[in-house]
Design a protein around this ligand. Structure first.
Ligand SMILES: *Cc1c(COP(=O)(O)O)cnc(C)c1O
Length: 397
């Protein structure tokens, strides 16, 4: 076994666009590979994510240094491991949740309910009652119906409205699932809040995950300012600007560093009054770089002339974002010539194909380890027990 694993993809050269000065301007980090070798000495029984919490700490500090005015509230869904959450608590992060299971996780770890923002635009009555009873103060909405629902359960709720933001250049555009248009669709919500004497006090947007276009934040903040003006005219008291998540991490494509995104955000925030609390909801950015996901080849085959490789973690085992086009930097211990492979998981579902025509060494064999870099976000969090395969472990350094 080679001491150093092999990276398949050389980093792409920066594209020659007018924005190219934005990309890869600051070094990005990854878990030191020697930790992976150490972890494997303790054995392997199933796929696992190896996380170095010191890298999470550094990402939080870097985010805060880049945007001193912006309070980060971690999006729990990216990686809800309690040890990850504990690290983020120690670094002074707040949180953003979508469900009461996420709420309970945080409350058990001693997070004050006031630090937890309920940022899922669609919440059941039962979940709202539960969250309200436990002291959650802030709730998002993006429809008149949701406004009425929340206020009927918690009349003194502090509310923020989610507006549409451009998702151009995001790997996960939200394609209209959430958010109202700042120009017009927000008007009936503001009018209804004023009529109900509801405390509609904030604006949020989400530029889409793994967003490589900093302009989206600028446009989002401009839209929020426009909504603030409308809110004041209606007699409401805006005091929260939540600039959402979407901050990208380095895999195989160049990214704008957080410092470059911060230049755009900080500039756009200059005329936002100090009475407005500014927060963000980074998920991927805080945890992705901190982890290597390790799995293993179960078997290989040739079908209609195409090489297939089956891993013990596939779409149901945490390698799901590849189906939406994300490409990780994947390492192995093989040195063979690179040829195209189809990569599938171990289950019998036809959906369980992670990647097609990806370059891997031709000499890959069953039992080989697969090392997926910067995979701390949206991997273990997505995994299921489908077909009887075990959930991946999370091992923390
Ligand atoms: C998922 C999500 C986030 C986090 O997105 P990342 O791309 O991981 O930063 C933030 N806010 C909301 C409302 C989300 O749904």
């Amino acid at each position: 076994m080679a001491v150093r694993p092999v990276a398949f993809k050389k980093p792409q050269t920066t594209p020659e666009t007018e924005q190219s000065q934005l990309f890869d301007t600051h070094p990005e980090v990854r878990l030191d590979f020697s930790h992976v070798r150490e972890a494997l000495k303790q054995g392997y029984s199933k796929p696992f994510l190896l996380v170095d919490t010191s890298l999470i700490r550094n990402k939080v500090r870097r985010f805060k240094a880049a945007m001193p005015r912006v309070h980060p509230h971690y999006a729990v869904k990216a990686n809800p491991d309690p040890r990850v959450l504990k690290t983020l608590i120690e670094e002074g992060a707040g949180f953003e949740i979508a469900s009461i299971t996420e709420l309970d996780l945080l409350l058990e770890l001693g997070v004050p309910a006031a630090e937890i923002y309920y940022s899922n635009p669609m919440k059941s009555r039962a979940y709202l009652e539960y969250a309200a009873a436990r002291g959650v103060e802030w709730y998002v909405l993006d429809s008149v119906e949701e406004l009425r629902k929340i206020v009927s359960i918690k009349p003194d709720a502090k509310l923020y409205v989610r507006i549409e933001a451009p998702n151009v250049g995001s790997d996960w555009p939200l394609s209209g699932k959430f958010g109202v248009k700042a120009a017009d669709e927000v008007d009936p919500i503001i009018a209804e809040a004023a009529a109900l004497k509801a405390d509609l006090a904030g604006v949020t947007f989400h530029v889409g995950s793994q967003c490589r276009n900093p302009e989206n934040w600028r446009v989002g903040i401009q839209g929020a300012k426009r909504v603030f003006r409308k809110m004041r005219l209606a007699g409401l008291k805006p005091r929260l600007l939540n600039i959402g998540g979407g901050y990208p991490v380095r895999h195989v494509k160049p990214i704008p560093s957080i410092e470059k995104i911060a230049e755009v955000v900080n500039h756009a925030l200059r005329d936002v009054p100090q009475s407005v609390r500014v927060m963000a909801e980074p998920g991927r950015y805080f945890v992705s770089d901190a982890g290597f996901f390790i799995c293993r080849v179960v078997g290989t085959a040739t079908r209609s002339g195409k090489r297939w490789m089956y891993w013990d973690a596939g779409v149901f085992g945490g390698i799901l974002e590849t189906t939406e086009g994300l490409r990780y930097d994947v390492l192995t211990d093989r040195q063979g010539k690179l040829i195209p492979w189809n990569i599938a998981g171990p289950t019998c579902d036809s959906v369980d194909v992670c990647m097609r025509d990806e370059l891997f060494p031709e000499d890959m064999q069953d039992g080989d380890f697969i090392y997926i870099a910067n995979a701390g976000a949206y991997t273990t969090a997505y995994a299921s027990n489908f077909n009887g395969f075990p959930l991946p472990d999370v091992r923390v350094i």
